[in-house]
Design a protein. Structure first.
Lengths: 338, 420
């Protein structure tokens, strides 16, 4: 009898772990395949364009009347439609705001929901916004803080220290003043130079733009002396220093840190497991990617007018004065303009 | 007799050692995914200078699935003047040819390759297609895959890194609802990609190129003489050939693609036996070249070696089981007082159950699919099933290597409804 009971107990104990699984097999509560968005395409302006589309689809026929309407984004929300947006100091806007012409806010205005401006937007000092989509240009005075994103079809000018949320993107020039904080930027270019086009006009066109990819790379260099000319890629197991006025017509990859001196031209992409420092007035025609920090020193350039590239530094990106990046800047850490 | 007993006990200790090593490996990967620093991947790079790509799709009697993948690829987000799609009709006897030709007539960048002469099989088909391909990068999909619009850019952009020789994306089963087998295979894939591959990428070890949802540099494969048609696991072989020659395989977790997993146990048995046969053939060929490569760090070599041995472990365990039985019947394996037995059972249970549990369970949590963790105990049966057929594959590989036997390519049966 005891033996029978012991056997029954053993069988029960063996079967017990399978009970919840058997229930799941029968009920199929979690049997669907993991979700993949088949239509997803990489677009740095995704949030803003998606918001515009959802908003306008929900709004329906265009309206010239100032009113409140209920629209559906992720859920039903109240939206305030106004012709011209003028907000005095200290105003708090509670609803989603749709401005048919221009927006102009004074200091200390708070916008608690998304703002969509069909004209241009001038945002006053110390304003706080969730998100801003603008079909014209955006001009930010000092102290403006975004919690999520901002996007302009034209340009974005941050004339004083601002916090640019998760994403600041535009179809034109994205200018950042000192002490701006960011995570992701997209512009043509993203710049800390007051007049990037003036700078371009004063520069000689880069003659050495080809990338030599066919030849085997040079390996395990730790130093490239100043004034070097190398027509192949470089792959280094450790850290690498590239002396000033060098020209590398290839890609550069290091498993340590990378320090690039002043006036260096690298025609290819730059990858590093460690940090990357691009020296004053150096030019990287390709993408710059680091699993650590990136420092773009005064006058450094990435990409070119007709070449969209990326600067991606996992732990942080620091940008000095007169820097230009033609395309995308991204960090998971802190992006800062010094 | 004493020598026999000593040998048997020695082998038991060896088995325990192997189990412990692989268990530690599983745990390290799991802990890395939970607590370790996660390296960012290259999918966030935006670059206007796209590389030219050739997308190869080997097809042998794929009428059930051919139109699905071609329809998705013609809508892919990639400059049409920088892409060509080469469906490779490999000795098909069904409507595969007609389906491919229909698409080729509509889209000029679809350039079919119809093969009815020459060597059969995926490696030979790829070699012939590569000769006519124009792309700097070759991307390969198996015919049952369902690539999303952005995946070609996600894969191609990884080759901006000059050290990358091949890229592997993530495979996600689509037919998980079918039966218990598809659900268990889904768990295996989840653990294998979300934890194992990603951890190997984080730790700068040796992620594996899986032959589909991935790509490689065309020039490098040309330099290496193309795929070896005598090896069933041409993807594993490419991983090692690239690695020992100074290039890296990169794992791209966000380059996700649906696949169809086997829905019948005998189909799964054939598949895993083939994988084991191919993988172990690669193990015999590359074990020493791996250790001697000047381009690999010590930990890359160690990881590469353990990866090569993955399909040996089941036969080591199986022989360990027989070993322990032999010791028992020889009276040298006391059930309740033998520390060896307890260590063996503990270690065996560890590898067979707990170590993969941690990987699979962690992967499910990372994916936000917590309910399917309840199925983990069923992996216990899957383990024995796999062990048997992996052992058969290992023996196949031994015979192939010793006798230079010619390998015959077998494709996996498809289960999708025929699309007209």
């Amino acid at each position: 009898m005891i033996l029978v009971l012991a056997c029954i107990l053993l069988v029960l104990l063996f079967a017990l772990p399978f009970v919840p699984g058997t229930h799941e097999i029968l009920k199929k509560r979690d049997a669907k395949p993991l979700y993949i968005d088949i239509d997803y395409r990489k677009d740095p302006r995704y949030f803003a364009l998606s918001f515009r589309t959802l908003f306008l689809d929900s709004l329906g026929a265009p309206s010239e009347v100032e009113e409140f309407r209920v629209i559906t984004l992720s859920k039903e929300e109240k939206a305030q439609l106004i012709r011209k947006g003028r907000f005095v100091c200290g105003t708090v806007v509670e609803n989603i705001l749709y401005v048919m012409q221009d927006l102009d806010s004074e200091a200390d205005v708070t916008f608690k929901k998304e703002v969509y401006v069909r004209g241009g937007a001038r945002i006053g000092e110390d304003n706080q916004l969730q998100a801003l989509a603008c079909d014209g240009d955006i001009h930010l005075r000092r102290g403006v803080k975004f919690f999520r994103w901002l996007d302009a079809e034209g340009s974005i000018t941050a004339e004083g220290p601002c916090v640019l949320g998760v994403e600041a993107t535009c179809g034109g020039v994205l200018f950042l003043a000192r002490q701006c904080l960011f995570m992701r930027l997209y512009g043509f270019p993203v710049t800390t130079a007051a007049d990037p086009f003036l700078l371009e006009q004063s520069e000689e066109p880069d003659r050495d733009t080809g990338v030599f990819e066919e030849d085997p790379p040079e390996r395990d260099r730790s130093t490239i002396h100043a004034l070097s000319r190398i027509n192949r890629s470089i792959i280094s197991k450790e850290s690498l220093t590239i002396g000033e006025y060098s020209v590398i017509r290839g890609h550069v990859k290091t498993h340590g840190d990378l320090v690039i001196g002043a006036h260096v031209i690298i025609t290819g992409n730059i990858f590093a497991e460690g940090s990357i420092q691009i020296g004053p007035r150096s030019h990287a025609l390709g993408t710059v990617f680091s699993q650590d920090h990136i420092l773009l020193k005064q006058g450094a350039r990435v990409g070119a007018r007709n070449r969209i590239k990326s600067v991606i530094g996992k732990k942080g990106i620091t940008i000095e004065d007169s820097v230009r990046v033609y395309g995308y800047v991204m960090t998971e850490g802190k992006g800062f303009v010094v | 007799m004493e020598l026999v007993i000593l040998t048997l006990k020695g082998y038991l200790l060896f088995t325990i050692g192997i189990i412990v090593i692989f268990s530690v490996r599983h745990y390290i990967f799991t802990l890395n995914r939970i607590f370790g620093e996660q390296r960012i991947s290259y999918q966030d790079i935006i670059d206007s200078d796209l590389k030219t790509i050739s997308v190869l799709i080997p097809m042998h009697n794929e009428e059930k699935v051919a139109s699905n993948i071609l329809e998705l690829l013609v809508h892919a987000d990639y400059d049409k003047d920088k892409i060509e799609i080469i469906p490779i009709n490999d000795f098909s006897k069904d409507k595969t040819r007609e389906i491919i030709d229909t698409y080729a007539a509509q889209y000029p960048y679809i350039k079919p390759l119809h093969r009815y002469t020459g060597e059969r099989g995926k490696p030979a088909a790829l070699n012939e297609a590569i000769k006519k391909a124009f792309g700097e990068v070759i991307i390969v999909f198996d015919a049952d895959y369902l690539p999303p619009k952005g995946i070609l850019k996600n894969i191609a952009v990884c080759f901006n890194d000059p050290e990358v020789g091949a890229v592997m994306g993530r495979v996600i089963p689509i037919n998980t609802r079918r039966n218990i087998l598809t659900r268990l295979l889904d768990l295996e894939r989840t653990g294998g990609y979300q934890v194992d591959q990603q951890a190997r990428y984080n730790l700068r070890l040796m992620p594996q190129y899986g032959g589909t949802v991935g790509g490689f540099r065309r020039k490098k494969i040309d330099d290496l003489g193309g795929f070896n048609t005598k090896v069933l696991a041409e993807d594993t072989e490419l991983t090692y050939r690239l690695s020992i020659n100074g290039l890296k395989v990169l794992y791209a977790n966000r380059a996700e693609c649906y696949e169809e997993v086997p829905e019948k146990w005998h189909v799964r048995a054939q598949q895993i036996r083939r994988w084991s046969r191919g993988h172990n053939t690669v193990m015999f060929r590359y074990f020493f070249p791996l250790l001697l490569s000047p381009y690999l760090s010590l930990r890359e070599k160690l990881d590469g070696m353990l990866l090569l041995l993955v399909y040996c472990v089941p036969i080591i365990l199986l022989m360990g089981l027989f070993d322990s039985l032999a010791l028992f019947f020889l009276g040298k394996m006391e059930l309740f007082s033998s520390v060896f037995f307890l260590i063996f059972i503990g270690a065996y249970n560890n590898f067979g159950n707990f170590a993969p549990f941690y990987q699979v369970g962690t992967a499910c949590l990372l994916d936000g699919a917590a309910q399917r963790i309840l199925l983990l105990p069923f992996l216990f049966f899957n383990f024995f099933f796999n062990m048997w057929y992996i052992t058969e594959g290992f023996l196949d590989a031994c015979i192939d290597t010793i006798t230079w036997r010619k390998t015959k390519w077998q494709k996996t049966e498809r289960f999708r409804t025929v699309h007209k």
